[in-house]
Design a binder for this molecule. Structure first.
Ligand code: NAP
Length: 468
């Protein structure tokens, strides 16, 4: 064993950050040569990233993965510093003087824009805002969402986020009541007049990014029919896609959609309509100046030079009257102060997790990336476990005697860095502070049979974390 531990700062407390911490702390256990200590810095007072603020509230089983992260957090060589923003309270250079390595696990918090006229009209929203709002993310608590004016909502995109958004819009108040949906969202969703949600894909069913359980779940909703036009399905499937044919998820998605197209409607008051081969070209205002309709162009599938099927606009247009539109066309990473960033891919440039200096293409000693900010916004929560292993393997290799080496901190001292962080952010939230928030939220939920009632304002969280 070495005398002094190897100290790692993980920036961000979502699944990628926690799997990284977990793998590092395990690798130090059991007499191996490296003893790691991990400090996790998080912008919010609360941990778990998208598990808390992205996973849909009616999917509590998926959220139970936090039990694994809680075990990591219980390790005496782990510390949580919440309410600390990288680049604002502490800089990259300061962290490199206190830690042997920094692992960036900051995800992809932004939405991707459609870049079409009318995108800023009232009634047009990013799915990221809506998801954050119903999940109680403090950045989105004040979102103004008019679910009273609109009877039809259009969701652009054919991924799982589009499905989550559509499902949340049609779930009955009684189905939402036992979940941890934020109180402000429960109240607005209960009064919603939205009765039809149209999910629009620019390509066909075989190219959709849905996963099978999520698509199947749409067909099991107690209060909404799923509508698929068999003629549109046939048109989209007429073009052979070898890659989709070879992909079991895609084949099963097509089967599920075919079954939706052929089954009789149950006659529910709400419906989810799945449309294909359509791209929005503009969002048009109604008489009141709010969103009134989505203008779309019909697409055909053409094979690209790389063999991939791409949507190409035909001259045919369509207009779908709608008071709400949600763009769910993927997330985007944001640059971190002082850290290299690949603007095109919206990720930190890296090789297997080692952050690369863009001017030389060589790794920056002691800097690593993991999760969505490393590979882009794809995959499910579990994907980050393997991804984190790759980054941790790079750290292990670099810290071995014949490795490339980590950063050489002047002051790798646990107390010194905590003092610095507390000076910069007197309202720093430790893991005990989070545990107080957690207990408080669970207690609030108990009387109404909900897993928790989320605090959605930072000031409230800080008060509870401080024991006030
Ligand atoms: P995604 O899976 O990447 O899907 C994005 C969709 O947007 C694709 O259908 C894409 O179509 C479409 N799109 C992109 N640009 C477009 C444009 N300009 N116009 C029209 N459509 C456009 O992204 P996501 O839904 O945000 O999900 C992100 C990740 O989180 C995924 O890996 C997802 O599986 C995961 N997730 C999982 C769950 C769950 O497990 N329950 C829930 C939510 C999210 P093309 O294919 O044509 O580009």
């Amino acid at each position: 064993m070495t005398d002094s531990p190897t100290r790692i700062a993980v920036i961000g407390s979502g699944p990628a950050g926690f799997y990284t911490a977990g793998h590092l702390l395990k690798s130090g256990a059991g007499g191996h040569s490296i003893d790691f200590e991990v400090d996790m810095l998080e912008r919010l007072p609360t941990p778990w990233g998208l598990v808390r603020s992205g996973v849909a509230p009616d999917h509590p089983k998926i959220k139970s993965v936090t039990r694994v992260y809680e075990k990591t957090a219980a390790n005496p060589r782990f510390r949580f510093f919440g309410n600390v923003a990288f680049g604002e309270h502490v800089s990259r250079a300061e962290l490199l003087s206190h830690y042997h390595a920094i692992v960036y696990a900051t995800g992809s918090p932004l939405d991707r824009p459609l870049s079409i006229p009318g995108e800023d009209l009232p009634g047009s929203h990013a799915a990221t805002e809506f998801v954050g709002w119903y999940n109680g993310h403090p950045d989105h608590t004040d979102l103004e969402l008019d679910l009273l004016a609109a009877e039809r909502a259009v969701v652009i995109g054919n991924g799982n986020v589009a499905i989550d958004v559509a499902r949340m819009l049609v779930l009955a108040p009684s189905e939402l009541a036992p979940t941890d949906t934020a109180d402000h969202a429960l109240e607005v969703l209960a009064r919603s007049r939205v009765s039809e949600v149209v999910i629009v894909g620019r390509r066909g069913p075989a190219q959709a990014a849905f996963t099978n359980p999520e698509l199947l779940e749409l067909g099991e909703l107690s209060g909404a029919d799923v509508v698929v036009d068999p003629a549109e399905l046939d048109r989209a499937l007429a073009v052979h896609d070898a890659a989709a044919e070879a992909d079991i998820t895609s084949r099963r998605n097509v089967e599920i959609l075919r079954s939706y197209a052929s089954r009789p409607l149950a006659g529910h008051t709400k419906r989810i309509v799945l449309r294909f081969l359509l791209s929005p070209t503009a969002l048009a205002p109604g008489a009141d100046g709010r969103l009134g309709a989505v203008e779309l162009v019909r697409n055909e599938l053409v094979t690209d030079s790389d063999g991939k099927l791409r949507a190409q606009a035909t001259g045919e247009h369509e207009r779908i009257p709608a008071g709400l539109v949600f763009r769910a066309i993927g997330y985007r990473g944001i640059p971190l102060p002082g850290v290299p960033f690949d603007e095109r891919r919206a990720i930190i440039p890296n090789a297997g997790g080692r952050v690369l200096d863009p001017s030389t293409g060589t790794p920056l000693p002691g800097e690593y990336a993991v999760g969505w900010i490393k590979r882009g916004p794809s995959g499910v929560i579990g994907t980050n476990k393997k991804d984190a292993q790759e980054t941790v393997d790079a750290i292990l290799a670099d810290s071995s005697p014949d490795g490339e080496g980590l950063s050489r901190p002047d002051s790798p001292d646990a107390a010194a860095v905590e003092q610095l962080l507390r000076e910069r952010q007197p309202e720093l939230v430790t893991y005990d502070g989070w545990a107080s928030i957690d207990r408080h939220e669970r207690a609030l939920g108990e009387s109404s049979g909900r897993p928790r009632v989320k605090l959605t304002r930072i000031e409230e969280m800080l008060r509870v974390a401080a024991g006030d």
